[in-house]
Write a protein that binds this ligand. Sequence first.
Ligand SMILES: NC(=O)c1ccc[n+]([C@@H]2O[C@H](COP(=O)([O-])OP(=O)(O)OC[C@H]3O[C@@H](n4cnc5c(N)ncnc54)[C@H](OP(=O)(O)O)[C@@H]3O)[C@@H](O)[C@H]2O)c1
Length: 360
Amino acid sequence: MQEDTEQEDAGTDTVSRIAEHTAASPAADASSPTAIPVAIVGATGYAGQELVRLLARHPRAEIRAALGSASMEAPRTLPALARLWDGEVTPYAPEKVDGVAAAFLALPEASAAETAPALIAKGIRVIDLSGAFRLRDAAARARWYPQTTALPDATVYGLAEKNRQVFGDARLISCPGCYPTAALIALQPLASLDLLDGDVTIDAKSGLSGAGKTPSERTHFSENHGSVAAYGLFSHRHGAEIEQELQRPVTFVPHLVPLDRGILETIYVRVKPGVTNDTLTRLFADAYAASPFVRVTGERLPEIKHVAHTNFCDVGWRLEPGGTRLVLVAVLDNLVKGAAGQAVQNFNVAFGLDERAGLL
Ligand SMILES: NC(=O)c1ccc[n+]([C@@H]2O[C@H](COP(=O)([O-])OP(=O)(O)OC[C@H]3O[C@@H](n4cnc5c(N)ncnc54)[C@H](OP(=O)(O)O)[C@@H]3O)[C@@H](O)[C@H]2O)c1
């Protein structure tokens, strides 16, 4: 993994590492400016509209189709995006994606499970924001995503900060969930070097847009405003996803907070004896030296406002003085780094573009 291979480069300047990484990618070659035709399926949803906003100004992508559900009654514009993108969202039909190189799916899981294989069969590379293809174990998938009968060939779990090197050959990039993205970015540098000791507890708080645009009693303004509620204890599928990637049990407790967007996770762990603040500083600097969207804040604990509307994930921590208790804090915008921004980042990597294109 990336953080393994880069351990010996401690102290290398982060900016130059990112620049090297970028220059090494075919993407940085400005002599091939051909537009890459893309489709967005689910463009009327929260994540889909964010995709339209990002891709409309992407230097190399061209939105050929923005599609809602097949049951949409009429084409519609997206008023919030006027002058950024003045196209129409039309009802989904399979032929409308013909000729695109990549399709972004921002659909409910069941629709994504049905739609993705058909697009792949047409030779289209799929970047899926749903959970439908995230779990590799068939039994776990049957429990959490029963509509997904199988993983298509060349499906990869799309956390660029962990495995960007395998995106080039992927036919389906399954983007991580919003909660797992923050948790894994915070924990994987420690997990990959076997520095975690004992239980991992993730106390996660999310704004309401994480639940999508369809209102429910839980997300109703009068229920949520002025309140904070825990939900999904031992029954949230993002727990299974985090455990899959970390290869260890976690206690994952999500909460809804009265914000429109943003996630903050407070993560309680113990580290192996001998891990110091300097160890952590070096470890995180190395792990993310070539990751333009991870900002390691060290002992300055990050806040949701610092990342809202950006593709950044900020990670900070406090280590018990002289002890082994470590509290990590990770924040991101669930609709950007937790969904659409991460999907565009993955598209950039998969198509050999500058990882930052359209995002920074
Ligand atoms: N919200 C987040 O923070 C977030 C973060 C990470 C991942 N995700 C994932 O991204 C996906 C989209 O989430 P969202 O929050 O954007 O949901 P959303 O706001 O509810 O939007 C869902 C979109 O899917 C379309 N759709 C619904 N049923 C469909 C069907 N049967 N066939 C085709 N299209 C259909 C809707 O179109 P109509 O408007 O025409 O109904 C809409 O465009 C979900 O899988 C979610 O788990 C979301």
